[in-house]
Ligand binder design. Structure first.
Ligand code: DQA
Length: 143
């Protein structure tokens, strides 16, 4: 099973960026945690991060017929991007939305998620562990 993990803008700044909200661990620790967990479960993962909306759209399109599932944290693009929603609809690959923080308890402008409509589940507020829960869910769903 091949899963693509996509992280949107500013997630490369984890550890530096608002540690009270996102924690003190950096982006490399997140990647290592995901890779170690995937290895244990026998899941092949590619982890991709970009600060650019169009690059994320390209990555989703390239996943067509190459990946069995997608875990996406579109970060700020969650709340703005119809383009990312449309790309996910186009490839029609089972997708789980993840947010490190609990977005529902944050600012009004974070209450909309465009991608949520196409995702099988949203996992939020569970910190880095949310990505591992998303892998569990996809591996159960896809089989
Ligand atoms: C985030 C929440 C978003 O609102 C924010 O723009 C992010 C990170 C999260 O993981 O909690 O960049 O997606």
């Amino acid at each position: 099973m091949k899963i693509l993990i996509i992280n949107g803008p500013n997630l490369n700044m984890l550890g530096i960026r608002e540690p009270d909200i996102y924690g003190k661990e950096d982006y490399n620790s997140l990647c290592k945690m995901i890779k170690d967990y995937a290895d244990k479960k026998g899941i092949e993962v590619k982890i991709y991060q970009s600060n650019h909306e169009g690059d994320i759209v390209d990555e989703i399109q390239n996943a067509y017929r190459r990946f069995d599932g997608i875990v996406i944290n579109p970060a700020a693009y969650t709340h703005t991007s119809v383009a990312i929603l449309d790309a996910l609809k186009a490839v029609n690959i089972p997708t789980v939305e993840v947010h490190i923080s609990d977005v529902t308890s944050r600012e009004d402008y974070r209450q909309i998620s465009f991608v949520r409509k196409i995702c099988i589940k949203t996992i939020q507020g569970h910190g880095f562990k949310g990505y591992l829960e998303a892998l569990d869910l996809l591996s159960e769903t896809i089989k």
